[in-house]
Design a protein. Structure first.
Length: 75
């Protein structure tokens, strides 16, 4: 599906994706909508990001994102 690789970023052809995939509401690889994909797997020619689920990101060779530490904020 990626049409080009520019400095490590996959650029996807929006004509080959569903509207949900183009909007970031579905995984760009497997079309999963829930839970909403959170991993950036590439971008569209206009610079908008496309997202993937953790499983597909792993299949594509992306490393897991380390869990962020909880922060306690007081006002």
């Amino acid at each position: 599906m990626p049409t080009d690789v520019v400095s490590g970023t996959c650029v996807y052809d929006p004509s080959r994706l569903s509207p949900a995939q183009c909007m970031g509401d579905a995984c760009v690889v497997c079309h999963t909508k829930w839970p909403r994909p959170r991993r950036i797997l590439g971008e569209l020619p206009d610079g908008a990001h496309v997202y993937g689920c953790d499983e597909c990101a792993g299949l594509m060779g992306y490393r897991p994102v380390p869990a962020r530490r909880s922060l306690i904020v007081a006002r």
